[in-house]
Design a protein around this ligand. Structure first.
Ligand SMILES: Nc1ncnc2c1ncn2[C@@H]1O[C@H](COP(=O)(O)OP(=O)(O)OP(=O)(O)O)[C@@H](O)[C@H]1O
Ligand SMILES: [Mg+2]
Length: 307
């Protein structure tokens, strides 16, 4: 959660183009990437998230100014479609870095970028990496919701805060095209941090269709994974959203109807898909101890400790 803009430098090391903060040496970036590759080889057992397109793990490396506690995200090779997308829009790591700058500009919480790295072949991105400071004490939304299931006040406040976050984003002219539950981290004092910022797109005013999609994404996860959430929580969510978009208040009913229709279509599609990667929350490091490792991932108790 950066406050001042740090200086970034560019370097090359082990076939990677590295853009790093002046105080994070390229050799450390390479070391952290290697650690993450080892973690990723163990899949969900050592990763915060592990899917076909990307993986994230917590890595600690010793640096001159003290240990660096990192979330390393590897954007894997995603075939020709990924190559084309990266060629047109920049690698996912670069886009995430730009997204963080946008959020900084509008005063929204985000993980602090420490470095990005790309491997290219014939000018095309083969894989990219994003190194952010690990947000100690935060938990992804899917880990928090079951904890507060029986605490209505907390649930309603959180629902309202999520609605507000999305409303604020839209009002500022941004759209997050992958608003899924695991892309929201909750701090110990219940503030929200938006992540996966390669999905942040600048839109003058998000269109009706985009608004429906954004609200629908969150609602689809809620309907699918937390069917016990009461309507009142949804009402709080919408209230939070409309607070930043008061012009939409009179279209509240058509908005709710359109979102519901979108969600029905999404749920029907999910019913035909393998959703292994969407429902494994919390993933291994927060749920079970990873194998002990010298200078490797931290113990789960440390991960959950208050910031
Ligand atoms: N800076 C960070 N600090 C703490 N945890 C983080 C950080 N970055 C990522 N994580 C953890 O890793 C998870 C996945 O991160 P991210 O969404 O960037 O990757 P992903 O591959 O897109 O995963 P998913 O497909 O689940 O969204 C988050 O839900 C969170 O638990
Ligand atoms: Mg994500």
């Amino acid at each position: 959660m950066a406050t001042r803009r740090p200086v970034f430098l560019e370097a090359r090391d082990r076939g990677l183009r590295i853009v790093h903060r002046a105080d994070v040496e390229p050799a450390l970036v390479c070391q952290a990437i290697e650690r993450h590759r080892e973690n990723a080889a163990h899949g969900t057992r050592r990763c915060e998230a592990y899917g076909p397109g990307s993986s994230v793990s917590r890595v600690r490396v010793a640096a001159r100014g003290g240990a660096l506690d990192l979330a390393v995200k590897w954007n894997h090779w995603r075939g020709l479609r990924g190559v084309i997308s990266d060629a047109l829009r920049g690698s996912r790591a670069v886009r995430a870095h730009v997204g963080a700058e946008h959020l900084h500009a509008i005063g929204m919480l985000h993980p602090e970028t420490l470095a990005i790295a790309e491997r290219r072949r014939l000018g095309l991105v083969i894989e990219s990496f994003l190194l952010t400071r690990f947000l100690e004490g935060t938990q992804p939304l899917p880990a928090v919701l079951p904890e507060i299931r029986r605490v209505p006040r907390e649930r309603r406040e959180l629902a309202h805060a999520i609605g507000e976050l999305v409303g604020r984003l839209h009002a500022a002219g941004f759209d997050h095209t992958d608003l899924k539950h695991s892309n929201l981290l909750v701090t110990p004092d219940r503030r929200l941090v938006l992540i996966d910022l390669d999905a942040l797109a600048r839109r003058q005013r998000p269109s009706w269709r985009r608004r429906v999609r954004a609200l629908g994404q969150l609602e689809a996860f809620a309907s699918d994974l937390y069917p016990w959430l009461p309507r009142t929580d949804r009402a709080r969510f919408l209230h939070g959203y409309l607070q930043h978009e008061p012009g939409l208040a009179e279209r509240r009913r058509p908005l709710v109807r359109a979102v519901r229709a979108w969600v029905e279509r999404r749920l029907a599609r999910w019913a035909r898909q393998d959703r292994r990667y969407h429902i494994q929350y919390p993933l291994a490091p927060r749920a079970a101890a990873p194998e002990a490792e010298a200078a490797g991932p931290a113990e789960p108790s440390e991960r959950q400790g208050a910031a």
